[in-house]
Design a protein around this ligand. Structure first.
Ligand code: C2O
Ligand code: CU
Ligand code: CU
Length: 522
């Protein structure tokens, strides 16, 4: 502990390299770089499409104020993404009727996508493609925010594995409130290999976005109450919404389903389980299908994470009902959020409270019987010994500093990276995250879901874990660390140089600065 403490105080502003400043750039990279921000800004102003890029799918996407009917009575004022296919198959954009969520965008791996984003909300914003492996300039870094009325042009090739990804705003300091108002949507990638598995499709392939919200008496969204502790904890609503709807019910037939779950909440963590005690059959994680199905009594799903379930209602009679629930758990004293709405006596629904997420009702007979494939996807072996820093993993400590959540004692700085945040293009590294408080657990024992932009990584090891709620398998872009836990990941920095983010996906933590850049040096 003493050694760690010494390290913490040793960080100083001298360690921070400002990439915008040519002097430090020259020092750092032998003078061979251009400033990444200058480069990026040149490329995007004014937004125009490149003549050499021929999109398979060309979409106009806007964020704009709208009204939706969530409860009887007054409609709820929201901000919402809308999309229109300008070129390509119009079926690739699927609206969710009556929801504030943005449309689902469907793409095939290998396709080239052009998205013309138009910001029509009264705040600066930018769109981030959560989980997608795209160039830095296409990733929605907050320094690319566009003002109200302005546009941003995205052009990228989808190289990700088939899986469930999503998009949401990423302006610094305002991601939480903008997502909360409704700005989020799913981005689903499929490919030939996945199709060959014949997993449940069509009406049997169901995407479910799990969120929590609070409403006032006039059906309007209530964000933070203003209690300072509430921002520290993150926003916790008193109502669970699924695909933007309360009291969500999924009618099913007596056959198999693929359920794609996204935790799209700002700060609420779910400990997923079937109400009737059946184990969960998990087929996919953030970065797509697992090597093989895995069974678990329960699994944690923290903000930003996705999980794909396979569930066969074949053996259940018509009329049978069950529910997907979140089992109670202990998120740590500070993590409960009992200091939130209503003051220190506690909000109505602390993080870790048991809840019903949605009900499932078997309403229809079906004679179709599906088999769950024993093998799902090919996985490259883990190669931690081949990592550049195998003997000396980078360590990132999630700590409280001056009553703010920080990473290695640092808060977000728009154009800066520390020396220890610079990696080399084409290398694989081992990174470790510690939510062990550096001996200051009393200051804040909080869960932190840690997310890396632009990469899918593998979990090599965890420590301090006293539950069975994590999967070791699967590609991840977000990992939860409950208080006292640490995680070791293997991540490859391939294809794209430039500035990317890593941050806590508790959106209030992120907005308060629990976010940093990492720089991939060519
Ligand atoms: Cu969904 Cu920066 O993340
Ligand atoms: Cu992301
Ligand atoms: Cu956090």
């Amino acid at each position: 502990m003493t050694q760690l403490g010494a390290n913490l105080t040793a960080y100083s502003r001298r360690d921070i390299l400002r990439l915008g400043a040519q002097a430090s750039l020259g020092l750092m990279a032998g003078g061979s770089w251009t400033s990444p921000s200058a480069f990026a800004r040149d490329q995007i102003a004014p937004p125009s499409s490149s003549p050499t890029f021929t999109p398979d799918l060309d979409i106009a996407l806007s964020a704009a104020p709208n009204e939706v009917s969530i409860y009887p009575g007054e409609p709820t004022r929201v901000w919402q993404y809308h999309a229109e296919v300008l070129r390509g198959d119009p079926q690739r954009v699927v609206e969710i009727p009556g929801s504030y969520l943005g449309p689902m965008i469907h793409v095939l791996r290998g396709e080239k996508v052009r998205i013309r984003y138009h910001n029509r909300i009264p705040q600066a914003s930018i769109v981030h493609w959560h989980g997608l492996h795209v160039p830095a300039i296409m990733d929605g870094h907050p320094r690319y925010v566009v003002a109200p009325g302005e546009a941003y042009l995205y052009e990228f090739e989808v190289t990700n594995r088939a899986g469930t990804y999503w998009y949401h705003p990423h302006p610094h300091g305002k991601t939480g409130p903008q997502v909360y108002r409704g700005l989020a949507g799913l981005f689903v990638v499929s490919d030939e290999k996945e199709r060959a598995l014949n997993l449940p499709s069509g009406a049997q392939d169901v995407a479910l976005v799990l969120q929590d919200r609070s409403f006032d008496r006039r059906n309007q969204l209530v964000y933070l109450s203003g209690h300072p502790m509430e921002r520290m904890t993150g926003f916790l609503g008193d109502t669970v919404l699924v695909n933007g709807k309360p009291n969500f019910m999924l009618p099913v037939a007596t056959r198999a389903y693929r359920l794609r779950l996204l935790n799209g909440a700002n700060a609420r963590i779910f400990r997923l389980a079937w109400e009737d005690g059946h184990p969960l059959t998990i087929i996919g994680t953030d970065g797509g299908l697992l090597p093989a199905p895995v069974q678990r009594p329960y699994v944690y799903l923290s903000p930003g994470e996705r999980l794909e379930l396979w569930v066969d209602f074949g053996p259940r009679p018509v009329g049978h009902q069950t529910a997907l629930v979140s089992l109670p758990f202990d998120p740590g004293r500070a993590g409960r959020g009992r200091m939130g709405r209503g003051g220190p006596q506690g909000g109505p629904l602390p993080n870790g409270a048991g809840l019903s997420l949605f009900r499932v009702s078997v309403t229809q007979r079906s004679t179709t019987a599906e088999r769950l494939p024993k093998k799902l996807a090919a996985f490259p072996p883990l190669q931690p010994h081949g990592a550049l820093n195998a003997g000396n993993p980078r360590q990132f400590h999630l700590t409280m500093r001056h009553m703010q959540w920080s990473i290695n004692g640092r808060l977000f700085e728009m154009d800066a990276v520390a020396e220890e945040e610079i990696v080399r293009l084409g290398t694989t590294e081992i990174w470790e995250f510690y939510n062990t408080g550096r001996g200051m657990m009393h200051m804040g024992d909080m869960p932190h879901p840690i997310h890396l932009h632009g990469k899918q990584f593998r979990v090599l090891a965890r420590s301090g874990v006293r539950h069975a709620g994590y999967l070791a398998e699967g590609w991840k872009d977000t990992v939860l660390l409950l208080p006292g836990e640490a995680v070791r990941i293997q991540v490859a920095f391939e294809d794209f140089a430039g500035m990317f983010l890593y941050h806590c996906h508790n959106l209030e933590h992120e907005d308060l600065g629990m976010m940093r850049n990492y720089f991939v040096q060519a």
